[in-house]
Design a binder for this molecule. Structure first.
Ligand SMILES: Cc1cc2nc3c(=O)[nH]c(=O)nc-3n(C[C@H](O)[C@H](O)[C@H](O)COP(=O)(O)O)c2cc1C
Length: 255
């Protein structure tokens, strides 16, 4: 194959591949379950142990570093106070979760972030659906611009009404200050890793999500991961093309 053809092949992307099939087949289906009808297998927490083998107790330090207590205290919180998140808190939350951590590099293509990314392809984007005014910034839809460390106002609007459609069956969410949506531009990674890239992208969302939890704990904010969002409504709300960029994870953040 000529170089030009190889390059064309490398750049080609078939959206009807295994990953998009997985994505589309796993779109959420909402159903209601009575409280006392929750199966036991949904509650029981499983551990794998080898009881007949020698057990070597680990020697763990007692919260000697800040990260230790952040990890110990991190939890999903779903009740918010009336106090509002400040713009400074939001700025620190976003930057220390997803910002560039080697800002002094001269070449932007050598920039790295607060979380790891396979091949430094950084397929994830972060959007904010602000339900309350944060600092001087009105309710609306924003995008975190990692390169310039800014939030970009995409649309000023009161998102409270649409919220019950974005995340149905979870009323507590309306008391939060903002809903963070993590989207994936799959092709940034898949162009290099092909089908294997699909795995990496979801793993990276987990890395970023843990940063959200730890930064929320550090800033005394309250946050909760949300898998139960309506993919199509979020896609429409953020005006995504549903092929190259799709929502994969969400977080609710309040105080
Ligand atoms: C992928 C994922 C999706 C989740 N989706 C939801 C959700 O839709 N609603 C919710 O209230 N909590 C959600 N959670 C939070 C879990 O319920 C929570 O992490 C779990 O109960 C353990 O509690 P902890 O985070 O306080 O340790 C989700 C967590 C993960 C990792």
């Amino acid at each position: 194959m000529k170089n030009k053809e190889i390059y064309k092949k490398l750049l080609s992307y078939d959206p009807i591949d295994i990953g998009s099939l997985f994505y589309n087949k796993t779109k959420i289906k909402f159903f209601k379950l009575k409280k006392n009808k929750i199966p036991r297998t949904w509650k029981r927490i499983y551990f794998k142990i080898y009881p007949r083998f020698k057990q070597i107790k680990l020697k763990v330090n007692n919260n000697s570093f800040e990260i230790d207590s952040l990890l110990i205290n991190r939890k999903s919180l779903r009740i918010f106070t009336k106090r509002k998140i400040t713009f400074k808190e939001l700025s620190n939350f976003l930057f220390f979760s997803a910002g560039i951590n080697n800002k002094k590099t001269i070449n932007i293509n050598e920039s790295r972030r607060m979380y790891p990314s396979a091949g430094a392809r950084y397929p994830l984007e972060i959007y904010l659906i602000n339900l309350k005014k944060i600092g001087n910034n009105n309710e609306g839809i924003y995008h975190y611009n990692v390169k310039w460390n800014t939030i970009e106002l995409l649309k000023e609007e009161n998102c409270k009404k649409i919220l019950s459609k974005v995340i149905p069956n979870q009323k507590w969410i309306s008391d939060a200050d903002t809903v963070l949506i993590i989207t994936a531009v799959f092709n940034r990674t898949n162009i290099k890793y092909k089908d294997r890239g699909w795995r990496y992208i979801y793993i990276e969302a987990g890395h970023l999500g843990q940063n959200f939890y730890l930064n929320a704990e550090k800033l005394k904010l309250r946050c909760c991961a949300i898998g139960g969002f309506d993919d199509n409504i979020v896609t429409d709300l953020l005006r995504l093309d549903n092929e190259n960029e799709v929502p994969i994870y969400a977080f609710v953040l309040g105080k």
